[in-house]
Design a protein around this ligand. Structure first.
Ligand SMILES: NCc1[nH]cc(CCC(=O)O)c1CC(=O)O
Length: 321
């Protein structure tokens, strides 16, 4: 009898096929491989609905889990064991049988301004009246309209390269993208300006990766937990609880900012109307270990200040379009 020296186990990682998704997944694969040399980590790529529908504004699709569903089906069918997501694309309520098993250390979660070449000596603040700003995010749209009502806003879709090309071709004066995505793709040199949280709060989970797995799959959890970054996880659990309590996920003008210092977590949250005219913002602080409750508390505070009316009106507007 011969003994086959095969790896003791294989862990199958599901990923979207976009360049950003692959960079993120290969990073997770390499990090896990370093910790577990005896396990084989295989990457399985899949197309999601969100990758196929490129010509419809995201807000109008309104489907939660557009970028995650096919990956989740793969895990539930035991074709894969984990899925690597940009945490901000992962809905706050996961399908029965799945869980968020790990949150990795966050990159800078802020949004970035990428200006057209002809404006290279300007800033967002000094762009001319009527400047065309490209964004497909209601959160960015509402906050920027609030501060810069004299700009025009135009939807922009496609992967990062496509969006940068549309900017370079002159379709826009500036576009707004996540710092994290540009940095991970080695395009950090395209960033002209990082938007301050005083002007615009970032999306829930932005800049962090979330690793999803089957609920209670202890062997897999033990493996992926080595990549968990506790302060990032606490911040993101507070942010996700805030979003879940306010409305449950998907495309709405909700922004956050968090900090953890000496085990104290501070969470800033805001809800804005699409025209940017109404904007409600508040802050909570408390023990970082109590992250989810802090998110829920902040959601209740914003509701008392009128957040529900703003969100109800937005849902009605989106349905009508
Ligand atoms: N919805 C698209 C998406 N999902 C994650 C990122 C960037 C990376 C991140 O925020 O973690 C982006 C692009 C963008 O918003 O510019």
């Amino acid at each position: 009898m011969t003994t086959v020296s095969a790896p003791s186990r294989t862990v199958r990682i599901g990923s979207r096929k976009s360049q950003l998704a692959l960079v993120q997944t290969y990073w997770v694969q390499a990090e896990l491989q370093k910790h577990f040399p005896d396990i084989e980590f295989e990457v399985h790529t899949m197309s999601t609905q969100g990758d196929k529908i490129l010509d419809v504004a995201l807000a109008k699709i309104g489907d939660k889990g557009l970028f995650t569903k096919e990956l989740e089906v793969g895990m539930l069918n035991h074709e894969t064991d984990i899925a690597v997501h940009s945490l901000k694309d992962l809905p706050t309520n996961l399908p029965e049988g799945l869980m968020l098993g790990c949150v990795t250390e966050r990159e800078n979660p802020a949004d970035a301004v990428v200006l057209h070449e002809k404006h290279k000596d300007k800033q967002l603040e000094t762009l001319p009246e009527g400047a065309v700003i490209g964004t497909s995010s209601l959160r960015r749209l509402a906050q920027l309209r609030h501060h810069f009502p004299h700009f025009e806003f135009k939807d922009i879709r496609g992967n990062l390269n496509t969006r940068l090309q549309k900017l370079d071709e002159g379709g826009y004066d500036a576009i707004i993208l996540a710092v994290a995505g540009l940095t991970r793709l080695g395009m950090g040199d395209r960033i002209h300006q990082t938007i301050s949280p005083d002007v615009s709060l970032h999306a829930v989970g932005q800049g962090a990766l979330g690793i999803e797995c089957r609920d209670g799959d202890e062997k897999i959890l033990e493996v992926i937990k080595v990549l968990e970054h506790t302060p990032t996880a606490q911040r993101c659990h507070a942010e996700r609880a805030f979003l879940r309590e306010l409305e449950g996920g998907c495309q709405v003008p909700i922004g956050v900012n968090t900090q953890v210092e000496n085990n104290q977590l501070t969470l800033i949250g805001m809800v804005a109307s699409l025209d940017g005219k109404r904007l409600i913002r508040d802050t909570v602080s408390g023990e970082a270990s109590n992250a989810e409750q802090l998110g829920i508390d902040l959601a209740h505070r914003l509701r008392e200040q009128g957040a529900k009316e703003i969100l109800d009106q937005i849902f009605a507007e989106i349905q009508r379009q």
